[in-house]
Design a protein around this ligand. Structure first.
Ligand SMILES: *[C@@H]1O[C@H](CO)[C@@H](O)[C@H](O)[C@H]1NC(C)=O
Ligand SMILES: *[C@@H]1O[C@H](CO)[C@@H](O)[C@H](O)[C@H]1NC(C)=O
Ligand SMILES: *[C@@H]1O[C@H](CO)[C@@H](O)[C@H](O)[C@H]1NC(C)=O
Ligand SMILES: *[C@@H]1O[C@H](CO)[C@@H](O)[C@H](O)[C@H]1NC(C)=O
Ligand SMILES: *[C@@H]1O[C@H](CO)[C@@H](O)[C@H](O)[C@H]1NC(C)=O
Ligand SMILES: *[C@@H]1O[C@H](CO)[C@@H](O)[C@H](O)[C@H]1NC(C)=O
Ligand SMILES: *[C@@H]1O[C@H](CO)[C@@H](O)[C@H](O)[C@H]1NC(C)=O
Length: 307
């Protein structure tokens, strides 16, 4: 029995000697969503609200030489040596809220920070490192910046040698999303074509699948699922397949519409989206479109600005 007491005692002594600084909790949002700002009187651009990083640690009172650092992908972006003021480095230069404090404790005041105006390359592994002359500790957590798609379309055509061609595309997404086509909730694995395009760091993705017409019953539900890997971000577009679907659209004009969408500025997108939805709803009455909330907001503001 006494052996355990001795082991316990040794462990307690080691604890005192080796790990007197301890990070209790690191706070890093796992996802930060950027969006197009809706001010129509200036050229729209991407922006995101500020986010907070925090690093709650304990240290012994007799420790000295405290230095707190934040690193993004192992590169220093912030440093605080109390009692001085903190310094933002590299990416964070001019992008932290001045005088943001998490505590009144002079040794903890500036351990966290408020990051303003994040950009796409603010994604990555954030590490909080706390050091004293006697000991050190660090913890890491991942943050993913997301730009939701500006457009997400799903349609089908039946004018291909007894095949139904199903196409799903998403535009202006970050990071690279995955698209999957499903018929009656079974994923179409074969014959899926992936087309990637990347402008300004944003991605356009398109999948096309062909499916034998005679194995597709009328009123079959076809859906397309967009996901961003390692996040909870998921969107679904759904359409219903009808055997007698009129096939008026010619392939070229469809391709052109895609190109126009991906090249347009966001101001253009607004009006274009408007007319496109119109034509889509008249030529394809069965398409069920799930608008994202922000799109509705987009239009509301657009309309109120008009008045
Ligand atoms: C929109 O942009 C204009 C011009 O830059 C600016 O004067 C106005 O305050 C902005 N409005 C909002 C709500 O940000
Ligand atoms: C983007 O929009 C924000 C908010 O309206 C504005 O403060 C910023 O200056 C804009 N950036 C550019 C590059 O236009
Ligand atoms: C710091 O204080 C703890 C008790 O609070 C003591 O065990 C430790 O030896 C001291 N360390 C130094 C470096 O003085
Ligand atoms: C972040 O950490 C994970 C897990 O340790 C690693 O797989 C990934 O490559 C890191 N990302 C970057 C950008 O360093
Ligand atoms: C920010 O902190 C500095 C130093 O403590 C102080 O001089 C300055 O007035 C503060 N600014 C604001 C806006 O509170
Ligand atoms: C991050 O992205 C911005 C805007 O695209 C760019 O100006 C900056 O150089 C990038 N920084 C790093 C460290 O990659
Ligand atoms: C996904 O959502 C659940 C519940 O909202 C949350 O607990 C989890 O951390 C999220 N995962 C990611 C990777 O964001």
């Amino acid at each position: 029995m006494y052996k355990f007491w001795i082991i316990g005692l040794v462990l307690a002594m080691l604890e005192d000697l080796c790990s007197s600084v301890k990070i209790q909790k690191i706070t890093v949002p796992s996802v930060v969503v950027m969006d197009y700002n809706l001010n129509l009187s200036e050229r729209p651009n991407l922006s995101a609200p500020e986010f907070l990083l925090d690093c709650d640690f304990d240290m012994e009172e007799n420790e000295s030489g405290l230095v707190i650092k934040w690193l993004l992908n192992n590169q220093a972006i912030y440093q605080w040596i109390p009692p001085r003021l903190p310094t933002a480095l590299s990416l964070l230069k001019n992008r932290i809220r001045k005088n943001f404090t998490v505590s009144d404790d002079p040794m903890k005041k500036y351990r966290g920070l408020a990051v303003t105006k994040p950009m796409l390359n603010f994604s990555g592994n954030y590490t909080c490192s706390v050091q004293t002359f006697q000991s050190s500790d660090k913890k890491t957590s991942h943050l993913q910046i997301i730009v939701p798609e500006s457009h997400f379309k799903l349609n089908y055509r039946t004018d291909f040698d007894s095949m139904v061609q199903i196409k799903c595309s998403a535009f202006n997404v970050y990071p690279e999303p995955k698209l999957s086509l499903n018929i009656n909730n079974v994923e179409l694995k074969s014959d899926v074509k992936l087309v990637k395009d990347s402008r300004d760091g944003l991605f356009d993705v398109k999948v096309v699948a062909k499916y034998p017409k005679n194995s597709l019953k009328s009123e079959t539900i076809i859906n397309c699922q967009l996901t961003i890997p390692d996040t909870n971000y998921t969107k679904i577009q759904e359409t219903v397949y009808y055997e007698q679907e009129p096939t008026s659209s010619d392939p070229d004009s469809d391709e052109e519409a895609d190109l126009v969408l991906s090249l347009e500025t966001e101001t253009g997108l607004l009006t274009n989206q408007h007319t496109k939805d119109h034509s889509a709803s008249s030529s394809k009455p069965f398409t069920i479109v799930f608008f994202e909330c922000y799109m509705i907001l987009f239009f509301t503001i657009f309309v109120t600005k008009l008045c």
